[in-house]
Design a protein around this ligand. Structure first.
Ligand code: HEC
Length: 145
């Protein structure tokens, strides 16, 4: 009987450390990305995207729906409030890769500046500002296809 507590004492910290590292790398709330990607994405986003899309993807131009004199549109918010969530993941990543110039837009291309992994993390970062309702609607429309 005396052996049982010793075993428990040895095993418990092991179990605790396993579940801890799991929770760090686990996908957030059944989303496609992990907390690590969101953390990496934050740095990338703040350094490369925030000047146009706001630090939390909230946008910097209230009138982002209004065409400007040169025919282009201001940068839209990337959080719940605009329509980034109407686009599947592939298209979101493509937009960041190639930018908006081929559709007459102003967004620069990032394919020579950021790796695929970094672009994925930047997308994870702004998607993490989507609430669960918007995220599940995005998924239902085929967001992950
Ligand atoms: C110089 C300003 C600028 C920077 C920097 C910028 N964007 Fe954009 N972004 C835009 C504009 C403007 C648009 C609208 C399309 C266009 O005009 O090119 C846009 C569109 C987008 C869209 C499509 C949104 C939708 O609803 O269709 C995504 C996604 C996006 N940007 C992500 C990013 C990410 C991620 C970064 C950083 C890696 C970034 N952008 C950096 C200006 C910018």
């Amino acid at each position: 009987m005396k052996k049982i507590p010793v075993l428990v004492v040895l095993i418990l910290p092991f179990i605790a450390s396993c579940s801890q590292s799991e929770s760090i790398n686990k996908n957030i709330n059944n989303r496609w990305y992990t907390q690590n990607q969101v953390d990496e994405g934050k740095k990338i986003f703040v350094n490369n995207c925030a000047e146009c899309h706001g630090k939390s993807g909230e946008g910097i131009t209230a009138d982002w729906r209004k065409k400007q004199k040169d025919g282009s549109y201001p940068p839209p918010p990337l959080d719940n409030s605009a329509h980034a969530w109407h686009h599947p993941l592939k298209l979101l990543k493509l937009t960041v890769n190639v930018g908006g110039t081929q559709i007459g837009g102003k967004m620069p291309a990032f394919k020579d500046k950021l790796s695929n992994q970094q672009i994925e993390s930047a997308v994870a970062y702004f998607q993490n500002f989507w609430n669960d309702d918007i995220y599940s609607r995005w998924k239902k429309r085929g967001g992950l296809k």
